[in-house]
Write a protein that binds this ligand. Structure first.
Ligand code: CUA
Length: 165
């Protein structure tokens, strides 16, 4: 006889509407920031084959180290990470220079964190991790592996000497 309607409590209805409205607002915010403003999750700088990246003579990581791009101003540093060492372990750059690190792993996942900077990244096999930092104070900046990578993980470290030219 009586056509029953689904009964929803007043407050429950209100919260359902608020929840759906919030989801819609979040979707709009993400859509506008991703496609309207171009804010995207960082992608790997480049992909490489971890089995050959350190041996292929055409790969810059076959000869890792510091490259002077603009003397005293701009440097590129190519680093390989493997269990359980970075190559090179010791790096020297002049104070005030803009230094871009390109780090690859040849085996498992490692980490790369430079003390007293905002550099702290995962080194995923197959991906090139790129980080740029300007060292404004001379000194010694140790770097360490921050992803557990086996028995001697804790020994996987090196350092950057920032010198007064
Ligand atoms: Cu490499 Cu931990």
């Amino acid at each position: 006889m009586n056509a029953e309607r689904l009964y929803i409590d007043r407050y429950e209805r209100a919260w359902l509407i608020i929840t759906i409205a919030l989801l819609a607002i979040f979707a709009i915010i993400i859509g506008v920031s991703a496609f309207g403003m171009g804010i995207q999750v960082p992608l790997p700088e480049q992909r490489v084959d971890p089995r050959t990246v350190a041996s292929d003579p055409n790969s810059p990581w076959s000869n890792p180290g510091v490259r002077e791009v603009v003397p005293g101003k701009k440097y590129d540093v190519y680093i390989t990470a493997r269990i359980w060492q970075f190559n090179p372990r010791e790096i020297r750059v002049p104070v005030g220079a803009k230094v871009t690190f390109y780090v690859v792993s040849v085996d498992v996942q490692h980490g790369f964190k430079i003390q007293d900077t905002n550099v702290n990244a995962q080194i995923v096999p197959g991906h090139v991790t790129k980080m740029t930092v300007t060292f404004t104070k001379p000194g010694y900046y140790p770097f360490i592996c921050t992803e557990y990578c086996g028995a001697a993980h804790a020994a996987m470290a090196g350092g950057i000497t920032v010198y007064e030219p």
